[in-house]
Design a binder for this molecule. Structure first.
Ligand code: SF4
Length: 281
């Protein structure tokens, strides 16, 4: 299925009108019927991810699941990703990692998040996701309107340049999510019990108080939007910037001195999941 930009937008608008009040499984089935193997789910394996992952396991368990392993996730998230994927029989989970060359050139000490969160998210999230999504006609997210912010007016189907984005849980609130988790006895992310209703990288995630918004603990104190929003806003430039970044990386790698190659190997070791931060229970 190939559309130009206008066709994509108008097709998405029509489908959104059709599915606006549909239940999540109907939306998922429609997405699979329209895109088949050219459809992927982007999942953080975070606090509410089990619901959509379980639905995908019922509809198409071999659907590609794209998981952004930024290198700065909680160890509990990596454990949860392995355990949940195994339990649900999801056979095509892909771990998306930042390019070693991007890390070597832009964030060699893994402290960029302290000074420039936009740049840090760009190399650890936006670029890996853009590269992976280039091969698909459509993708599914777990975003919901009740999370507030720029998600309040979230459509069920969005047209993004030449791709379509489905948000099957857009209409669901916390009660529906909790009900689904209970009905299917799905395991919660281990950090939920410690006060984390939304879970991302450990440097940018905090526990929240009971009456705070779900996402109050993400980039607390900053106006930073989600990476999905950043990715959506720049989607029109994504292929060009990803290609430019690849070219820049190749140029940078070809110029690396021997000492830099040692640094690159160090980064590869430092990036080992066994070295991730574990929050004590
Ligand atoms: S969430 Fe924080 S640590 Fe993770 S990529 Fe973005 S700025 Fe970096």
């Amino acid at each position: 299925m190939a559309y130009d930009r206008d066709e994509t937008t108008s097709w998405a608008g029509r489908l959104d009108a059709e599915l606006r009040y549909a239940d999540p499984l109907t939306i998922l089935n429609s997405a699979v019927a329209a895109f088949g193997d050219r459809l992927a789910l982007v999942s953080s394996f975070g606090a509410e991810s089990a619901v959509l992952l379980h639905m995908v396991s019922r509809v198409k368990p071999d659907m590609p699941i794209l998981f952004l392993d930024t290198g700065l996730l909680f160890a509990q998230t990596l454990d949860y990703r392995r355990a949940l994927a195994g339990r649900l029989g999801l056979s095509a989970v892909q771990d998306l990692r930042p390019a070693f060359t991007d890390l070597a050139v832009t964030d060699p000490t893994a402290k960029l998040w302290q000074t420039d969160t936009d740049r840090c998210c760009h190399i650890r999230k936006v670029l890996p996701l853009d590269r992976a999504l280039a091969g698909y006609g459509a993708w599914i997210t777990g975003r919901k309107r009740f999370h507030g912010g720029d998600r309040i007016s979230l459509p069920v189907v969005e047209g993004l340049d030449h791709q379509i984005k489905f948000n099957p849980l857009a209409n669901w609130g916390k009660a529906e999510l909790d009900g689904y988790m209970a009905d299917y006895q799905l395991p919660a992310h281990p950090l939920v019990a410690q006060g984390f209703p939304s879970i991302g990288c450990w440097p940018c995630t905090q526990a929240v108080q009971g009456d705070e918004d779900v996402r109050a603990g993400r980039w607390a104190g900053s106006e930073k939007p989600s990476v999905a929003s950043i990715s959506r806003a720049r989607r029109g430039l994504s292929s060009m910037s990803a290609a430019t970044s690849r070219d820049a990386n190749l140029t940078c790698v070809s110029r690396l001195k021997p000492a830099s190659w040692v640094g690159l190997i160090y980064l590869k070791v430092a990036f080992c999941p066994l070295r991730q931060i574990r929050l004590k229970a």
